[in-house]
Design a binder for this molecule. Structure first.
Ligand code: NAD
Length: 422
């Protein structure tokens, strides 16, 4: 059976389909269902003019929104602003979102969106114009009951606020539930900003215990200090875990005695990048992967752990914060060496879980306390880990395969009972 389709051909999509094919065949998944799940149900590609601040320069920009599965409810997934964005990448990420939602049991199918632009070069006004125009371009395919975007690489709460405002202006009344990850003042969840990083760290004790590592004394290095990496570092520090390195696009800061994560966060708020942080050594960002630590958290971008640097990894446990941070080859190499990998589709599912809570609260117009939200997040994440770990043990497979089995099984069951229209 075909492993890819020319429309989506890209390294990331081929990896997503490659993973899916391997697990589908291991599970003995019905071929008709497997074929249907390999491709997204709806893909929207737009191009639009974007006027720079200097007013004479008009650039044509590409944007995408891909909805992988509409079987179980509205679709859900982030919007990224990044120069690597293309249809294949967005399709792969939408497919992973489907499995992720199914693993934590939230009633959404997977979606993803993106604009091929470098947000770091944009002024606030430019960022707002791109966001509002892109929202108009995809306005007919998003909505609180159809497809609900969220922040991802290069986007944040403010971008979600502009998206919500544009959609609301269009329909004529406020629609907070069209987007999650927005500021609490607009109906955002009080704990959404920290949710993905916090969710990762909720799994650290369980994952450590599964490999007989004492969680109380572990050291952690984190690649990426944006939404996911920063709040993973904060959560780790709050648990009493030593964070020895964090990085961003400007480099990494390293202190074997432990970094004051809140001070690093304050530095970034004031100076935008980690570079120049006075209380730790600045090292090359790529050196984070080879540090002598127990736990490594890649939380920036895709494909950073590859065959060439996997042999340098000394950590015994990797918790994937970013989506697809390692290549299939590196994954094989590390597993053979006995490294425990908590895969992205499980580890970073705290984001979509609290997004689901946010959507429920917006729809019901009834808001929960922070304690309630964090407590429910912990319950869902730890249960999902236990479920996936039990599959890994009973089926004698690694955690990534086990997570995919759980996600694909749930989706396939739903597709079978819905049947085919007409
Ligand atoms: P972000 O834009 O807030 O932060 C990204 C971080 O990575 C920043 O510190 C940035 O400096 C760094 N970075 C960017 N490009 C880099 C490069 N080329 N080399 C090294 N570092 C680089 O993004 P985020 O929301 O934290 O997302 C990070 C990853 O986590 C992405 O893969 C995203 O898909 C995934 N993810 C995010 C969420 C969420 O809730 N935001 C949820 C699940 C998964």
């Amino acid at each position: 059976m075909e492993s890819s389709r020319p429309e989506f051909d890209s390294q990331m999509y081929n990896e997503a389909v490659g993973q899916f094919n391997r697990v589908a065949s291991l599970m003995g998944l019905d071929d008709n269902i497997a074929d249907r799940l390999r491709v997204p149900q709806k893909s929207t590609v737009v191009s639009f003019p974007f006027r720079h601040d200097n007013y004479t320069e008009v650039e044509t920009i590409f944007g995408y929104r891909v909805q992988h599965l509409t079987t179980m409810g509205p679709t859900k997934g982030g919007i990224r602003y990044d120069m690597d964005v293309d249809l294949g990448e967005v399709a792969a990420l939408a497919m992973w979102m489907t499995w992720k939602c199914a693993i934590v049991g939230v009633p959404f199918g997977g979606a993803k969106g993106g604009v091929r632009i470098n947000p770091m070069n944009l002024s606030r006004a430019e960022l707002q114009r791109v966001t509002r125009r892109f929202t108009m371009e995809i306005i007919n395919v998003i909505g609180p009951d159809t497809d609900i975007p969220a922040p991802d690489l290069g986007t944040n709460e403010q971008v979600m606020a502009w998206l919500m405002d544009t959609y609301s202006q269009h329909v004529g009344h406020a629609v907070p539930a069209v987007v999650t990850g927005k500021p609490p003042a607009l109906g955002g969840s009080v704990a959404r900003r920290e949710a993905t990083g916090r969710g990762l760290m909720f799994l650290l004790p369980q994952a450590s215990q599964a490999i007989d590592l004492d969680p109380s004394g572990v050291s952690v290095a984190i690649h990426g200090f944006g939404n996911v990496g920063r709040y993973a570092a904060v959560a780790a520090q709050e648990m009493g875990t030593k964070v020895v390195a964090v990085s961003d696009i400007s480099g990494a800061i390293y202190d074997p005695a432990g970094i004051d994560v809140n001070a690093a966060g304050k530095w970034v708020d004031e100076h935008r990048f980690l570079e120049g942080f006075p209380d730790a050594d600045l090292i090359d960002g790529d050196n984070v992967f080879g540090l002598d630590v127990d736990v490594l958290v890649p939380a920036a971008i895709q494909n950073v752990i590859r065959a060439d640097n996997a042999p340098d990894v000394k950590a015994k446990l990797i918790i994937e914060g970013a989506n697809n941070p390692m290549t299939l080859e590196a994954d094989d190499m590390l597993r053979e060496r006995g490294v425990m990998i908590v895969p992205d589709i499980l580890a970073n599912a705290g984001g979509v879980t609290v997004s689901y809570f946010e959507w429920v609260q917006d729809v019901q117009k009834y808001f929960w306390s922070e304690n309630e939200t964090v407590g429910r997040l912990r319950e869902i994440m730890t249960r999902a880990f236990d479920d996936v770990h039990s599959i890994a043990v009973s089926e004698r497979v690694d955690m990534r395969t086990a997570a995919l089995i759980k996600g694909i099984r749930r989706v396939a069951d739903a597709k079978l009972v819905r049947g085919i229209f007409p």
